[in-house]
Structures are given as structure tokens and as C-alpha cells.
Design a protein around this ligand. Structure first.
Ligand code: NAG
Ligand code: NAG
Ligand code: NAG
Ligand code: NAG
Ligand code: NAG
Ligand code: NAG
Length: 525
């Protein structure tokens, strides 16, 4: 009899200890600097980043009482106390940064069972602290209302979010550390505009005209950017006619029709030029810019991609298993996962409402080049990199945008040849650099670049951050310097050694319940 009681007692203690171990801690932080704002978050949920000793936090930056911005932070796997902080944003607009986290450069990928994860040895938190943010409100897990339909408004909300973050004890240590802005696709609008806005706020703080903390971004990396509609719609014609390294995508008659539609009177080019000429008289010209973009999409983009996956010309649009897979969406909608990470809403990877709002404001017809050009002109460190299998932000168009924009290095960039970057005997990309500005065509990359060439992407990230890849990670990373087949339809990297963590492992026996069992035990004896 006695040993049964001892076993029972031990079991209850074990449950209690285990619950303590896996229980996600919930925290709140109330901002003093920004009224009615704060953080609500969970520490060390055990989801995704399962490397022992590597911390994480996930939750909301409640920017106003009605706007909650979702963030997920991962400590660097090595030297987190000196490593930089990197912000990752996806594009859309309205697409969630969880795309980047789970498909591109985060600590794990989700397995086909949609319940378990595998550690990603090429994760960018190998060398940097990482924060993934769903913005603007309406994107991913971010909820609420507020101005969500222009890049300028998104910049303001993000600045407030960073004021709250950096005021909190969890993030205040990052003040003064290198802060890298990494983004892709429509992020070509977010990155330059946000940094420019932050810099303007920093100047006001410096001069005493604004109370707040300076938030100083130290470099910008944009892969597969949507920088400039006029230049990039034109690029679909040349890319579809002959995608370098891959060949023609469409017939000569289709290319001819695209070209006519682009250059004809009142065609795509003329309408975009009208939108550009409208300049900053924004409100009255939103409809003009939206209509120009719609026409160009119809007449130029759709014919260029017909039959193909616009993110990767090696895949067909009717593929039943496109890469990268989207298992992570089901994973994030598991109640157990959402409870563990502290998410309060259903997950959707891109918000149609946000996209429609930006479209209505004419944002898709406008160029994102002026603020990027100004940063380049000021020698701000910039990496512009593009996967050479991406059609929708193809590298010919992005390159043309970089040599055409107004900055001191445009002619030099134009007249500098791309040279191969070879890692362990394999050319992974071609590159050219003018001072702190680098352009690269990345071999074998699709639109969500790091998903296709994760090891190469980590090497680029290492260049930008100036942080060496630790040798343990480097040997894994070099698996991805493996040959890329220029025509292979299956760009998936070979699976790294599996370290699985089940979603259900995050489910825990709540501590009160364990204590109740103990209490019953004592009551019984
Ligand atoms: C912050 O926002 C989240 C999501 O909307 C909500 O669950 C939480 O209660 C909010 N926190 C505070 C302190 O208001
Ligand atoms: C939040 O929403 C409520 C109800 O719509 C509104 O009355 C209030 O002004 C909003 N607050 C802010 C800060 O936008
Ligand atoms: C996809 O389309 C191509 C050509 O348009 C066709 O040959 C192929 O059978 C289709 N595949 C599927 C899975 O429908
Ligand atoms: C290059 O930038 C300069 C400003 O530095 C600008 O005047 C010029 O038009 C740009 N060149 C091209 C080809 O756009
Ligand atoms: C840019 O480079 C291309 C090809 O290398 C060359 O034909 C063109 O003249 C250059 N443009 C300028 C403005 O130098
Ligand atoms: C650069 O690498 C690519 C891909 O392997 C190759 O096709 C090309 O010939 C190389 N260029 C040079 C100049 O070596």
C-alpha cells in the first residue's frame, strides 16, 4: 500500500515539474512612452526553435487599444548578447512574416504531417537575433483597425511598434546594436520608406523636437523586390522572350503582343507614366494609378507567366505540389500551437483586405525607387538580390531599376560586370558592388529566395551582418552550395537531419491541476 502512495506522489511531482518545464510563461509590458500600449507575449513556447538554450518570444505589440501587431522573436543560436537584431518582413502587401519564418529563413520548417517541425540548419538566427513581424494590421496574426492602406501609414505604425519594443526590458538591450532590415517582394516599398521615416524621426529626436528613442537601421537587404512598375513591367517582355540561363518562356507572337500592349498609345507604359507624372498629388490620382496597374497586369504580366508558377519558372502553374510547401499554415491553425505561442486569431498567410486597400490607394502603380535611391546616394549599406528563376520580380527588371534610379553609383553599377561568387567550387551567384551597394543574381533562386537556396542565403546574410557562420553550422550550410540544376523542376534542398518537436509537446498539464492532484492525495491520506 505504502509503495503505491509513494509512486502516486512521485508521479504527481513529476507532472508538476514537467508542467513547470514546458509551460509557456505569459508576460505583459505596459509602455510609459506610448499611452495605452504595451506588449503581451509568451516566452519560450518550445515551438519551432527547439535548440537547447536558445530563447524565443511571441505575442503582440499592442500599438493602440485597437491595433495588435504580431511578432515572433528568436535569440541567435550563438552569441546572442553581441549578435545584431534583424527584422524580417514579407511583402504582399498584407502577407505575413510567418512565410519567411517557416518557408524561408526561420529556425524550423513544418513537416508534411503538418504537426511536427524540423530544425533548419540554415536559419538566419544561426548568426543574428531575429524578429519576424506581421504588418500592417490585418496581415497574418496581426489584428485590429488603423491606417493600413499605404506604405507611409505602415511606416508610422511600425515606428510606434519599435518605440514600445525598445522601451521594454526584453528588447532595450538592442538599442545601439546593429539593426538589419531584411525583406522581399513588396517589401521593396516597406524597407526604404520605413528606414527613411525612422531616420527622419531620429533627426527630430536628436534636435529635441520629438520625445522618443532613436531606432537606427544599419543595413537593408531586399530580395526579389517589386521596386518600380514601369521598369519591371517592361522587364517581363525581355524575360519572357529569353530568361537568361533558362531560355524563352513564351512564343514570339505572345512576346510581340505584350510589346504592342506595353508601348501603344494609352497602353501600359503611357498609363504608368501618367501615374508617375501625378507625383505626390496622391488622393486625386489613386484611381489613375490603380487602373494603370490593372491594365499592365492584364496585358503584360499575365501573358508573361502563362503556364508557369510566377515565383519559379521551373514549376508549372498547375503543379499539384508547388515548392515551397505550405504545411506551416495548418500547423499555425492548430489550437495547441496557437495557445502555446499566444496567438489569438485564425492564421491566413496573405490578407486580401490589406491588398485591396493598397490597390484602392493606387500603391501598386507607384515607384518605390526614390527613397531607395536616396539611401544608396547616402552610402547606406544595401544588398539587392534576386533569384534568377523568379519571373514576377525577375532580375533583369530589378537590375534595370538599380542602374536607372537616381544615385551617384548608377553609371558605375551599369558599367561593372557581374562576377561569379563561388563557394566550395560551386558558383552560387553573380555579384557586383559599388561601395556599400551590392546587386546579385542568385543562381537557382525563386521568388521566396531563401526557401530555394537556404545555404546560399545564409552566406549572403553572413556577408551583410559581417558575422561568420559557426563551423558546426557551416558544414551543414555547405550542403546547399550543392549544384543547382538550371532546369530541374525540383529545387527543394535535401532534408537536413531531422530534429522533431511535436506541436502537442507544447501542451502542458496546467500547474494548478497538478497542485489539485497533490491536494487530493494529501486529503486522501
Ligand atoms: C494585446 O492584444 C492581444 C491581441 O489582440 C490581446 O489578446 C491582449 O489582451 C492585448 N493585451 C493588452 C494588455 O491589452
Ligand atoms: C478604438 O475603437 C473604438 C471603437 O471603434 C473607438 O471608439 C476608439 O476611438 C478607437 N481607439 C483608437 C485609439 O483608435
Ligand atoms: C499541366 O499543364 C501542362 C501543359 O499546360 C500539361 O502538359 C500537364 O499535363 C498539366 N499537369 C497537370 C498535373 O494537370
Ligand atoms: C543616375 O543618377 C543621377 C543622379 O546621381 C541622375 O541624374 C541620372 O539620371 C541617373 N542615371 C540614369 C541612367 O537614370
Ligand atoms: C549600361 O550598360 C550597357 C551594357 O553594358 C551599355 O550598353 C549602356 O551604354 C550603359 N549605359 C550607360 C548610360 O552607360
Ligand atoms: C558563372 O557561373 C555560371 C553558373 O555555373 C556559369 O554558367 C558561368 O559560365 C560562370 N561565369 C564565369 C565567367 O565563370
Amino acid at each position: 500500500m505504502y509503495w503505491i502512495l509513494v509512486a502516486w506522489f512521485t508521479f504527481v511531482l513529476w507532472l508538476s515539474a514537467r508542467a513547470e518545464h514546458v509551460r509557456a510563461d505569459r508576460h505583459t509590458f505596459t509602455s510609459v512612452a506610448v499611452p495605452d500600449s504595451g506588449l503581451t507575449y509568451v516566452k519560450n513556447s518550445g515551438i519551432c526553435e527547439t535548440t537547447p538554450g536558445v530563447g524565443q518570444m511571441s505575442g503582440y505589440i499592442n500599438v493602440t487599444e485597437n491595433a495588435s501587431i504580431w511578432f515572433w522573436f528568436f535569440e541567435a543560436r550563438s552569441s546572442p548578447e553581441t549578435a545584431p537584431l534583424t527584422l524580417w518582413l514579407n511583402g504582399g502587401p498584407g502577407c505575413s512574416a510567418m512565410i519567411g519564418l517557416f518557408q524561408e529563413n526561420g529556425p524550423c520548417t513544418v513537416n508534411p504531417d503538418r504537426r511536427t517541425t524540423t530544425l533548419n540548419p540554415y536559419s538566419w538566427n544561426t548568426i543574428s537575433n531575429m524578429i519576424y513581424i506581421d504588418q500592417p494590421v490585418g496581415a497574418g496574426f496581426s489584428t485590429g483597425t488603423g491606417p493600413v492602406d499605404s506604405t507611409d501609414d505602415a511606416a508610422k505604425m511600425m515606428w510606434t511598434a519599435f518605440q514600445i519594443l525598445f522601451e521594454s526590458p526584453e528588447f532595450s538591450a538592442f538599442a545601439g546594436r546593429d539593426l538589419i532590415f531584411a525583406t522581399e517582394s513588396y517589401g521593396a516599398h516597406f524597407g526604404p520608406t520605413f528606414i527613411t521615416y525612422f531616420n527622419a524621426q531620429n533627426a527630430l529626436i536628436e534636435s529635441g523636437d520629438l520625445a522618443g528613442q532613436k531606432i537606427v537601421f544599419t543595413s537593408l537587404m531586399i530580395n526579389d523586390g517589386k521596386h518600380d512598375p514601369l521598369i519591371q513591367y517592361a522587364s517581363y517582355i525581355s524575360f519572357a522572350a529569353d530568361a537568361p540561363g533558362y531560355g524563352p518562356l513564351q512564343s514570339e507572337s505572345v512576346i510581340g503582343a505584350m510589346s504592342d500592349a506595353f508601348y501603344k498609345e494609352a497602353g501600359c507604359r503611357a498609363q504608368l507614366e501618367d501615374c508617375y507624372a501625378a507625383g505626390t498629388k496622391r488622393a486625386s490620382d489613386n484611381a489613375l494609378c490603380a487602373a494603370a496597374n490593372d491594365l499592365c497586369n492584364q496585358d503584360i504580366f499575365h501573358p508573361a507567366i502563362r503556364g508557369y508558377d510566377s515565383s519559379d519558372l521551373r514549376q508549372m502553374s498547375n503543379s499539384t505540389s508547388p515548392f515551397p510547401p505550405t504545411y506551416y499554415i495548418s500547423f499555425l491553425n492548430l489550437d495547441s500551437v496557437r495557445a502555446a505561442i499566444g496567438a489569438t486569431s485564425e492564421y491566413d498567410q496573405c490578407s486580401n483586405a490589406v491588398q485591396a486597400g493598397f490597390d484602392f490607394m493606387g500603391e501598386f502603380g507607384r515607384s518605390a525607387l526614390p527613397p531607395l535611391a536616396a539611401l544608396a546616394d547616402a552610402h547606406f549599406p544595401i544588398l539587392i538580390w534576386v533569384g534568377d528563376a523568379d519571373i514576377k520580380a525577375n532580375w533583369l527588371g530589378v537590375h534595370e531599376a538599380m542602374v536607372s534610379m537616381s544615385w551617384y553609383g548608377n553609371l558605375t553599377l551599369n558599367n561593372t560586370a557581374l562576377t561569379n561568387w563561388t563557394i566550395d567550387g560551386t558558383p552560387v551567384a553573380s555579384i557586383k558592388t559599388v561601395d556599400s551597394f551590392t546587386f546579385s543574381r542568385v543562381f537557382g533562386g525563386g521568388h521566396n529566395l531563401p526557401a530555394f537556396v537556404p545555404g546560399t542565403a545564409l552566406q549572403f546574410f553572413s556577408r551583410v551582418t559581417g558575422r561568420a557562420i559557426p563551423s558546426s553550422a557551416a558544414s551543414a550550410a555547405c550542403a546547399s552550395c550543392a549544384p543547382f540544376a538550371s532546369s530541374a523542376p525540383s529545387p527543394a534542398p535535401s532534408a537536413p537531419a531531422a530534429t522533431s518537436a511535436t506541436a502537442s509537446s507544447a501542451r502542458s498539464i496546467p500547474r494548478p491541476w497538478a497542485w489539485a492532484l497533490l491536494w487530493i492525495f494529501f486529503a486522501v491520506i
